[in-house]
Design a protein around this ligand. Structure first.
Ligand code: GLA
Length: 399
């Protein structure tokens, strides 16, 4: 057991006075490429990281769900029968998030989504105590929220004998995020966290929801992924993320397609004549990004990871100039890493802050970190938090 798993167990013991029945965990993720393409039914290529969230859990004799976490000293409890009133009768109904603190809306929202999934009568299940501890950095664009959702759904599937498939678990996580927390995100993070495999990324077609592992070969080629967390925090339940999603929907409508997935790079010339400048650039990012994901998968197979640098950089430029979701700190991180010899670099996740990733030779990690730190200092930015990540396995039972 890791120290983070131990702290979930200790928290559980303090809460209940007894040992947990199970411990489940799920990882955060970094996205190698394919940003904002998930809710456009496009392609993504994320990988799970070794930072994980642990849920120590046990059944209760009553019908209460009680959650506690290392983020907040106060446990939150709700009767399972009250969940529909708290979050809306079924997914899609009005959201009433204000009644529980945001961190607790993730695990409690997962319980609600699990009980309402499928639309039939909720299964009759016992109450549950859940103690959560995490070492996934929060607000860094590494999906600390999907990690909470993944650990919770793994544990509930087990304790409540729900018999869920990995894809059903991911959808429940997304429902919790969209309707209990109120963030209009896609399904990439949940799939990455639940289905991740060691040394591989998960290629997901967000229309068919078919997922398959793609060998990355980073370790074999002597490459590491450096995460540069700018410490600029962001929230996807408000502001820019939602606006980008609306622009994409408008672009698809005006182009007469169900979603931007249905456009290819060859359609962009026509799109330019139809769409206003801003909508065109939003659309151009999504359409070219989908192609870059496919090209990355092909290039990894045919030439290996050293050949994907140009695609990573083109993705960053597209997010900076066309989708306009980067911030100066992310641009500085990418430029400094590339100047210091990184194979490729780009911001990762939803944007407006969070982290960049750089693909770096093992032996160049310290020099790259130093170059990035120096560039931040020169620009007058807060010192970034830098660490390497390894493509890791998805949700699992730890005890
Ligand atoms: C956030 C969302 C994902 C995805 C990314 C951008 O991480 O949760 O669904 O849209 O942003 O690629």
């Amino acid at each position: 057991m890791t120290p983070t798993a131990d702290s979930a167990v200790q928290l559980f013991e303090r809460l209940t006075g007894s040992a947990p029945e199970r411990v489940w965990s799920a990882p955060g993720r970094a996205n190698l490429i394919g940003e904002h393409t998930d809710y456009n039914e496009g392609f993504v290529l994320p990988f799970a990281i070794e930072h994980r969230t642990y849920a120590a859990v046990g059944r209760r004799r009553d019908g209460i769900i009680r959650v506690t976490s290392t983020f907040d000293p106060n446990p939150v409890e709700v009767a399972l029968v009250e969940l529909p009133a708290l979050f809306g009768g079924s997914p899609g109904d009005a959201v009433r998030v204000g009644d529980v603190p945001e961190w607790a809306a993730y695990p409690i929202g997962v319980a609600w989504a699990a009980l309402t999934a499928g639309g039939g009568a909720a299964p009759s299940v016992p109450g549950v105590d859940i103690a959560i501890s995490s070492d996934v950095p929060i607000g860094a664009g590494l999906s600390s929220s999907a990690a909470i959702e993944g650990a919770t759904i793994g544990a509930l599937d087990d304790l409540w004998a729900l018999g869920l498939t990995p894809l059903e678990m991911a959808k429940i996580g997304r429902t919790a995020e969209n309707h209990a927390v109120g963030a209009p995100t896609g399904i990439m993070d949940q799939v990455a966290s639940i289905m991740g495999q060691t040394d591989a990324a998960t290629f997901l077609d967000c229309r068919s929801l078919e997922a398959r592992p793609v060998d990355l070969g980073f370790a074999r080629e002597g490459l590491s992924v450096l995460v540069i967390d700018t410490q600029v925090t962001h929230s996807h339940s408000t502001g820019g993320y939602r606006e980008r999603r609306e622009s994409c929907e408008r672009g698809a409508r005006e182009m007469g397609v169900r979603s931007l997935r249905d456009l290819t790079v060859g359609d962009l010339e026509r799109a330019k004549g139809i769409l206003d400048d801003v909508t065109f650039r939003r659309v151009a990012h999504i359409v070219t990004e989908n192609q870059r994901v496919l090209d990355t998968v092909d290039t990894l197979r045919s030439e290996g990871p050293r050949a994907i640098g140009g695609l990573l950089v083109a993705s960053h430029v597209s997010m900076r100039d066309d989708f306009e979701i980067s911030v100066p700190e992310l641009d500085t991180a990418v430029t400094a890493a590339l100047d210091s010899g990184a194979v490729g670099a780009r911001m990762t996740g939803g944007g407006f802050g969070g982290a960049a990733i750089a693909l770096v030779e093992h032996g160049r990690i310290d020099a790259t970190k130093a170059a990035v730190a120096a560039a931040f200092e020169t620009a007058g930015f807060r010192e970034p938090h830098q660490f390497t990540v390894t493509p890791s396995h998805g949700v699992l039972r730890d005890a």
